[in-house]
Design a protein around this ligand. Structure first.
Ligand SMILES: *Cc1c(COP(=O)(O)O)cnc(C)c1O
Length: 404
């Protein structure tokens, strides 16, 4: 690919103008939007309005002027991105907390099924929370097996199969319909963590017959650092599951101030405490960008951007660990290299922000809403230059820093 070819793709890109809706810093090519999404320009005003007017002037009246319904309203805006109905999604808590709530609830559905099954090398919080969740349910246990052994490990004791749809390191993507079907045939519930796939790839939870899902608000949804997460429960299951964090906001009548807990109907029962409105406002502004975007054009552009970096990485002689088949991957690309950390630092020095994943992964996120083909072409050129001139060998890049 040449610069002119990249520019021609930009000229023909139906979503090229969406980039103008983001406030991006000068001189930076941002390939880390899969870890912390970029700032939508409208978020600045939305957060300002929330603070100055809604909080400052309207004060407590704002709870009746759009605050109390924010978790459901925002959930409904997430729903089309994950193939769910508006009343199957709610925005609340963190992804970690939502995994806990759903796992414990899933373990309580059928007392004969005691195992949470997950993948070795899954995102750490998923496994850590699963460990904590099984410790809260008598007789429950966590079984962690390699990716290629998951389906054969499903059995009569499996309560729930917890998987991350797109792997945070390699970007490998599970076949959601096939895996969900296998879980259902084994009598288990299927729970997807969509943190690296919501806003990155096409998802159809309802069509796949998935039961439960969670995901992150601050990655491809651009909801801001530590944005509220989301939680999905298929409609057919909604009355059968209840949150173990039975807080008052999930009560059927929170303002009846009853002593005894009674879960609200529908998704509201998954709320725990009072919604964090500053964070909710930023998440909603991030989702409003998505509302006007042609989603299939985003998925197509992701594949095109990926090919540009795959070609550059190949020319640099790098070992790509992400599957070449677009249906088998998410929207980032990872290369394995023993000097991965120093390479990422050398790239940052050239204005290309990607990230390093321990122990040997260069991970580059491709966010079609605000990256042009030319940006990604330039990032590829920087990658080739860093490898060719061995600038990552310079002592300043060899120092291992704490990278989150
Ligand atoms: C980013 C990510 C999370 C984040 O969880 P938090 O509770 O927001 O810290 C969880 N799971 C996966 C797979 C992720 O990629």
């Amino acid at each position: 690919m040449t610069r002119d070819e990249a520019r021609a793709l930009d000229a023909a890109d139906p979503i090229a103008a969406v980039r103008d809706r983001f406030a991006l810093p000068e001189g930076v090519i941002y390939l880390d939007g899969n870890s912390l999404g970029a700032l939508p320009a409208a978020t600045v005003a939305a957060a300002g309005d929330l603070v100055a007017r809604q909080w400052g002037e309207r004060l407590i009246r704002s709870w009746n002027e759009g605050w109390i319904d924010a978790p459901q309203r925002i959930g409904a805006k997430i729903a089309p991105l994950i193939g769910a109905a508006a009343d199957e999604v709610i925005a609340c808590d963190s992804t970690s907390a939502n995994i806990f709530k759903l796992l414990v609830a899933a373990l309580r559905v059928d007392p004969k099924r005691r195992t949470v099954l997950s993948e070795a090398g899954n995102f750490p919080t998923d496994l850590h929370i699963a460990e904590g969740a099984v410790a809260c349910v008598p007789g429950a246990r966590l079984e962690v097996v390699p990716r290629d052994k998951l389906l054969e490990a499903l059995g009569p004791d499996t309560a729930v199969l917890l998987l991350t749809h797109v792997h945070y390191k390699t970007a490998e993507r599970f076949d959601m319909p096939a895996v969900s079907r296998a879980a259902r045939e084994a009598g288990a519930l299927m729970m997807w963590d969509l943190s690296h796939s919501a806003g990155a790839v096409a998802i159809d939870l309802d069509d796949a017959g998935a039961d439960l899902a969670v995901g992150c608000g601050y990655k491809y949804l651009n909801g801001g650092p530590g944005a509220p997460a989301f939680l999905y429960v298929a409609r057919a299951l909604q009355d059968r599951l209840a949150s173990p964090l039975s807080g008052w906001m999930g009560h059927a009548e929170p303002f009846a101030f009853a002593d005894a807990y009674a879960p609200a109907p529908g998704m509201k029962r998954w709320l725990t405490g009072t919604p964090p409105m500053l964070a909710m406002a930023a998440l909603e502004a991030g989702l409003d960008v998505w509302s006007t975007v042609d989603r299939p054009a985003v998925w197509r552009k992701s594949a095109a951007l990926w090919s540009i970096l795959a070609e550059a990485g190949g020319q640099a002689g790098l070992d790509c660990v992400t599957p070449a088949d677009p249906a088998g991957r998410g929207s980032h690309i990872s290369f394995r290299h023993p000097e991965a950390h120093a390479i990422v630092q050398a790239l940052i020095d050239r204005g290309v922000i990607g990230d390093f994943r321990d122990p040997d992964m260069v991970r580059l996120g491709l966010t079609p809403l605000y990256l042009s083909h030319e940006d990604v072409w330039r990032a590829g050129e920087a990658l080739k230059a860093v490898i060719a001139d061995r600038s990552y060998r310079q002592p300043q890049f060899a120092v291992r820093q704490a990278v989150t």
